[in-house]
Design a protein around this ligand. Structure first.
Ligand code: AN7
Length: 355
């Protein structure tokens, strides 16, 4: 239970589509119910006349991971687990650490050495998680987590191979349908381990089955060119991209992502790091929403796909902004401009402004 006034609690609002029982602790940090905002200036720059952003960075730990993590940690508590464990490119670990802290259980996070954005690493430490730096990449870390979790002993895996994570993340699709009155024509999002694209597809499918939506969107997934296994059709052994969140070469939810693509008549494409960095800047400068680099992949990709006619720019498009901009201050630091120093007078400020 919470005392958040009118703000809905995710596990209560979406109880009917979640594995919530009378015995499930009603854990919440205020996740979900994130803003869906129109972005006309950004849309115009990429050729999309009805572009909306689902601002998942507004979740309590600054990413969409909280939707599934609240359910996974609540179910872990319900089953008597003493610890949760995950591999992560950063956001999953920040979320697991926070929910485990609130739940009073231990969090263990396995991170690829040297490839975690500073904000995310800080979040895991701040919440008191045990942080293990793996001399390898995310895919190596997930392999170890699978073995750790298989050992039982009250240790619950909270990566998206845990079905409760996917169930929780599907709630974002239900929110979009509720806010727009139907599904959009296109849903565009970054793809790493491919849990989220699978979750959205499931959410839209359930919304149609429940009569809340009349259609399902085309699913448009974007990977980084250096970490694009789903585009290449084969795992990538040394994934590399500035968007460290999606630096993943062997997505765990491969088959469900391909199914979402094909059943929706959608596509999965890739964008270069240069395109990602340009789009990150545009999203804040033209849309006012500051996101981490991974979120720029769908905007960069949409620009290419609309220009080449593979996506219709006149349709209603929702792009999912999965994580907040301050997660990765190092990559964003290129946006810091020249500071104009001024005497502490009105005249001094006018001089500095050139007014
Ligand atoms: C901002 O935290 O995989 O395709 O370990 O942090 O469901 O993996 C993060 C992924 C997109 C990709 N945007 O989602 C992790 C992790 C952001 C992310 C993705 C991630 P999936």
């Amino acid at each position: 239970m919470s005392a958040q006034g009118a703000r809905p609690v995710l596990m209560e609002r979406f109880r009917s589509v979640l594995p919530v029982t009378a015995a499930t602790p009603m854990l919440t940090l205020g996740e979900g119910a994130t803003p869906l905002v129109r972005a006309p200036r950004l849309g115009a720059s990429i050729g999309a006349s009805d572009l909306w952003l689902k601002v998942e960075g507004a979740n309590p730990t600054g990413s969409f991971k909280d939707r599934g993590m609240v359910v996974a940690v609540a179910k872990a508590l319900e089953s008597g687990a003493r610890a949760v464990v995950c591999a992560s490119t950063g956001n999953t670990s920040a979320s697991a650490a926070a929910y485990a802290a609130a739940a009073g259980i231990e969090a263990v996070v396995l991170l690829p050495a040297g490839k975690i954005a500073a904000g995310k690493l800080l979040q895991a430490f701040a919440a008191g998680a045990k942080v293990i730096s793996i001399r390898g990449n995310f895919d190596d870390a997930l392999e170890i987590v699978r073995e750790l979790g298989a050992g039982g002993g009250g240790v619950e895996i909270v990566n998206s191979i845990n079905p409760h994570r996917i169930a929780g993340q599907a709630t974002a699709a239900h929110e979009i349908v509720a806010d727009l009155g139907d599904a959009p024509d296109v849903l565009a999002l970054p793809v790493g381990n491919a849990g989220n694209i699978s979750a959205y597809w499931r959410g839209f499918t359930d919304a149609v089955a429940a009569g809340a939506a009349t259609k399902r969107p085309r699913m448009v997934g974007l990977q980084a060119a250096g970490a694009a296994p789903l585009v290449n059709g084969a795992p990538v052994s040394n994934p590399e991209t500035v968007a460290t969140a999606i630096r993943i070469g062997k997505p765990a939810s491969w088959d469900t992502a391909i199914a979402a693509r094909d059943e929706s008549g959608g596509l999965i494409d890739s964008v270069t790091d240069a395109e990602i960095l340009r789009a990150q800047e545009e999203i804040i400068r033209l849309g006012g929403i500051f996101v981490e680099p991974a979120c720029a992949a769908p905007i960069a990709g949409l620009r290419n796909l609309i220009a080449s006619g593979r996506v219709d720019g006149s349709g209603r498009i929702v792009a999912v902004m999965t994580g907040f901009g301050l997660k990765d201050p190092e990559t964003a630091s290129r946006l810091i401009g020249e500071i104009r120093e001024a005497d502490a007078t009105l005249a001094g400020v006018r001089t500095a402004l050139g007014w």
